[in-house]
Design a protein around this ligand. Structure first.
Ligand code: KDG
Length: 316
């Protein structure tokens, strides 16, 4: 039995060895990225049973990704190797995603993962966990991937709950109204993660987390992330929404990439353990802090006992 299935494209990531424009960086260090496998790795490192469903090329980068993700303890048996299409790769600058000088260059058009579709991804692999986690990135990869995302977020009577991280990546949505697509997909999920800045950028929602909830009332759980300001969760009950706020810890940010994935992983980990909503948010912040303070896209979350102490669950 699997706790969480994560579906999405993973890529070999090239991290710059120094700050500055990509044009000026002379060398890069290999890492791994991909929002959904970042989340899978974080959950597996914390002891959850996790399966990653994806597609990579039958090439060296594909070998490395599968081995590196499996080394975190993630079940990669459902990963398909595509003999004809390459594994995606991407390069980025060291600077924060929201900063002016941030550059991300993807080499993933026509990648193995972009060949995912309802016909190439078996439903039994996808729905084999207590929870399925996907993100809006997949919807931008190809028409087949979008179709797959539409199928996964459509009515799902009897299926496990669906967790969806909006992950608006404007650079991937050339010409298509990605923002609109992401809102439609988010409406079909049970747990949704979105940044307040992301909601403003994509959907022009201004007025704080409550305005985001008004724009997205359908998910039973909506988490609005506010960066250093903390996060707010809206959880629907019989008497309407409960609104829970949690401040973020103060950290020295090294690189923000991957922090959202770690936040979602921490929140889902605490959800699987049926902790109260406030603790779910605190685990989210704590795991995000681990990712914020490393240069790569993913970090190991703190050991369980240490984490429990940090969020105040363990009083001795
Ligand atoms: O959230 C981090 C991801 O953005 C990164 O690992 C790469 O999946 C990725 C993407 O498509 O940007």
């Amino acid at each position: 039995p699997v706790d969480v299935v994560c579906l999405g494209e993973s890529m070999v990531t090239f991290l710059p060895t120094r700050p500055g424009r990509l044009a000026d960086v002379p060398s890069f260090v290999r890492g791994i990225g991909g929002a959904e496998s970042n989340l899978a790795c974080a959950l597996a490192a914390a002891g959850h049973r996790v399966r990653w469903v994806g597609r990579v090329g039958a090439d060296g980068f594909g070998d490395h990704l599968v081995a590196a993700i499996a080394a975190y303890g993630v079940d990669t048996a459902a990963v398909v190797r595509d003999p004809d299409r390459p594994t995606g790769v991407y390069f980025r600058t060291a600077a924060d995603r929201v900063s002016e000088g941030h550059e991300v260059v993807y080499y993933r058009a026509g990648s193995a993962a972009s060949a995912m579709s309802p016909g190439t991804v078996p439903p039994e692999a996808v729905w084999s966990g207590r929870l399925l986690h996907v993100s809006g990135i997949t919807a931008a990869l190809s028409a087949g991937c979008l179709e797959l995302m539409r199928a996964l977020t459509a009515r799902r009577d009897g299926r496990p709950p669906l967790s969806f991280d909006v992950n608006h990546r404007p650079g991937l949505w050339r010409g298509t109204d990605g923002a609109r697509v992401l809102l439609d997909l988010a409406r079909g999920a049970d747990i949704v993660f979105v940044g307040e800045d992301e909601a403003e950028e994509a959907w022009d929602v201004r007025g704080g987390p409550d305005a985001v909830r008004r724009a997205l009332p359908e998910p039973a759980t909506l988490v609005v992330k506010r960066g250093a300001e903390g996060a707010v969760a809206y959880t629907r009950g019989a008497a309407g929404d409960t609104v829970t706020h949690a401040p973020a810890p103060v950290v020295d940010v090294v690189a923000a990439t991957g922090a959202g994935d770690a936040f979602a992983a921490g929140f889902l980990s605490a959800t699987l353990r049926e902790l109260p909503v406030g603790e779910r948010l605190r685990y989210g912040h704590l795991w995000a802090a681990a990712a914020l303070t490393v240069p790569g896209d993913l970090a190991e979350p703190p050991p369980a006992a240490h984490a429990a102490r940090l969020v105040g669950l363990d009083d001795d």
